[in-house]
Unconditional design. Structure first.
Length: 218
């Protein structure tokens, strides 16, 4: 006896219409000011610890010990530069860089979530379609994924030192992809804020002008 497997037909317009309110409700919940404020506070504390302190895991500590910027804050590093950086750090510098990698287990997720919520909250006010909104919101998620890939390659380089690894060259590519994704997300966020501010200003001016009829109306 021949059996057939049911084929799932494409979603009907009615099914897509039912899904849209669910997506909108989820977006409204995640972009509430409470979620945004919480993620922003955690991000601000984390960024201050990374960039503006002398904590054992901070970027200034690694720069002081290694005499140069860590690989993670460079746009791109070649395979030779990865191994050269670890050699220039010395034992103490590699310990500092290891501490930085430990702290960096959480930072990409913290930053990515803050960027995601900020971007979605802003672009929602522009009445974009759900597909467009989801596509744009994917940028911070991509940046976070590449950031973690960069960390994996950094851990491999640390464990193998003084020998190079086959993934040293991939670290630089992950850095470039991470930076590009986050910069694009930041530019879209800035552009969205400018448009929202412009619309708000025009609406305010329009409300003000309605109380004072122009000469054309008299």
């Amino acid at each position: 006896m021949i059996t057939t497997t049911p084929v799932r037909l494409p979603e009907s317009p009615e099914e897509r219409q039912r899904a849209s309110p669910r997506l909108a409700s989820t977006a409204r919940h995640l972009t509430s000011w409470q979620w945004w404020a919480a993620s922003g506070s955690i991000f601000a504390i984390s960024a201050a610890g990374f960039f503006a302190t002398r904590a054992p895991f901070s970027i200034p500590t690694v720069e002081s010990a290694c005499g140069q910027a860590p690989l993670d804050v460079r746009f791109y590093s070649t395979a030779a530069e990865v191994n050269g950086f670890l050699a220039a750090c010395g034992a103490d510098g590699r310990v500092a860089y290891t501490n930085m990698q430990l702290a960096d287990l959480a930072y990409p997720a913290v930053f990515g979530l803050f960027m995601l919520l900020s971007l979605v909250a802003t672009l929602r006010r522009l009445n974009l379609g759900h597909r467009t909104l989801l596509a744009v919101a994917a940028l911070p998620l991509l940046g976070t994924a590449f950031d973690y890939a960069e960390n994996v390659f950094a851990w491999r380089a640390l464990r193998a030192f003084p020998e190079p690894t086959g993934t040293d060259g991939l670290l630089g590519l992950a850095s470039a992809a991470k930076t590009t994704a986050f910069w694009l997300a930041g530019l879209l966020l800035l552009a969205g804020l400018v448009v929202v501010a412009g619309r708000t200003l025009r609406a305010h001016v329009r409300r003000q002008s309605t109380g004072f009829p122009s000469t054309e109306d008299t």
